[in-house]
Design a protein around this ligand. Structure first.
Ligand SMILES: *Cc1c(COP(=O)(O)O)cnc(C)c1O
Length: 401
């Protein structure tokens, strides 16, 4: 990697084979300590060129020829992501989370079978249902938190990919990644994990046995609600990974350089944001647990949550920034509550520094497992007291009529 520098800013070139002896938080804060080789700047330049000079001998000695397959700024952000995920064979950035996820499914062959979770990002589930059959790929959905059900859904020989999302949106159902990996690998299939809600702050799926980890980097990785991006990372660069790379290059799915630059900037503060946002979510979950207008709080950080035991094993430093509340009085009361907040922002998406609230069933439609009384909360970095007071007041007003 050109411009590689020791994280302390000295010129001591780290030995490629030496173990990383600085924490991920330190490495991310300095975007791996890379410096601009031209100016010695502590921020790497934004590379916008779409084409590159060919050498007189007809080669491309820089390694870059055209910007659709590859970009140097994108590579910088990919290196930080690979470090955060412990992805030995690297990471790839895409123009959205959906572009990243669909590239994985695009690498399957006609006749392949896929198992995916019942509780998963609704737009991807809709895409799988609509698009996989047209490619000759069949898909079954199963509650992946139930390992026996997962095992029963796998067809050894035919099942090539198992896709899990944990915690799963919007119920925050927890799937045991290590146990799932064992079951999936015993059947000769690959395990991919949508880890958007956990983020590498809490969970590193590749270290638990997953083959591919996927993120909507639009969410907490970027964290400022101003970039749409997706990421994949892998433990090994096998033929399947190469094929995904070919799909990205061929279909033009790579992230744009400006977006990669903003993402790289955001990753420098990722550890601070993730720590604050998950601590806030935990406090809110505890305060709303037992609230007179709340039927149930869905959050794996609560000891009574069905996913708590597994989450305690596979998530560290908290349980994430996402939680859902089931509102007493049903759908109308939930929508009326969302209508009355002032500090929470009524919007879709998640992971930004501003807290968002959404009546999720309105978005997901009739075949979703999302109950109609559910409000999905994405915790930002505002004062938890303010967030609690605002939502408590909205609940009280919605139930006063
Ligand atoms: C948002 C999201 C996606 C899709 O990502 P985009 O960047 O919006 O394309 C996939 N999975 C999860 C869990 C998400 O929250």
């Amino acid at each position: 990697m050109s411009g590689t520098n020791a994280p302390d800013g000295t010129d001591g070139m780290p030995d490629e084979t030496s173990p990383v002896d600085f924490s991920r938080a330190s490495l991310a804060a300095q975007a791996l300590g890379h410096i601009d080789p031209t100016t010695r700047g502590v921020v790497m330049p934004l590379h916008v060129a779409t084409t590159f000079i060919r050498d007189p001998d007809n080669g491309y000695s820089s390694g870059y020829s055209y910007a659709r397959p590859d970009n140097a700024t994108v590579r910088e952000a990919e290196a930080v992501l690979a470090m955060l995920e412990g992805a030995q064979a690297g990471a790839m950035l895409f123009g959205s989370g959906m572009a990243a996820a669909t590239a994985v499914f695009g690498a399957l062959e006609p006749g392949d079978h896929v198992v995916a979770g019942t509780v998963m990002y609704w737009a991807l589930k809709r895409w799988l249902r609509a698009e996989l059959p047209r490619r000759g790929v069949t898909v079954d959905f199963v509650g992946t938190d139930d390992l026996a059900a997962l095992k029963a859904a796998i067809r050894p020989g035919a099942t090539k990919l198992v896709w899990i999302e944990t915690p799963g949106n919007p119920l925050w159902t927890v799937t045991d990644i290590a146990a799932a990996a064992e079951i999936v690998h015993a059947a000769g299939a690959r395990l991919a994990v949508d880890s958007t809600a956990a983020s590498p702050f809490h969970t590193r799926p590749l270290e638990l046995g997953a083959d591919i980890v996927m993120h909507s980097a639009t969410k907490i990785l970027n964290g400022h609600s101003d970039v749409v991006a997706g990421a994949l990372a892998t433990a090994k660069a096998d033929a399947f990974w190469e094929r995904i790379g070919g799909i990205r290059a061929g279909s033009g799915g790579i992230l744009g350089p400006f977006e990669a630059y903003l993402l790289l900037r955001s990753l420098r503060t990722f550890h601070l944001r993730a720590a604050a946002q998950s601590a806030g979510a935990q406090r809110l979950a505890e305060r709303f647990d037992g609230h007179p207008h709340i039927v149930q709080v869905l959050y794996p950080g609560l000891p009574g949550d069905p996913g708590h035991a597994v989450a305690t094993r596979q998530m560290r430093d908290g349980f994430g920034f996402m939680l859902s509340l089931r509102v007493a009085g049903g759908e109308a009361a939930a929508i009326a509550t969302a209508a009355r907040v002032r500090l929470w922002k009524r919007a879709t998406s998640l992971g930004g520094v501003e807290s968002l609230i959404e009546h999720r069933a309105s978005v997901e439609g009739p075949d979703s497992p999302c109950p109609p009384d559910l409000l999905r909360l994405s915790t930002g970095i505002e004062s938890t007291d303010d967030l609690y007071r605002d939502l408590d007041a909205a609940l009280t007003a919605a139930h006063a009529k």
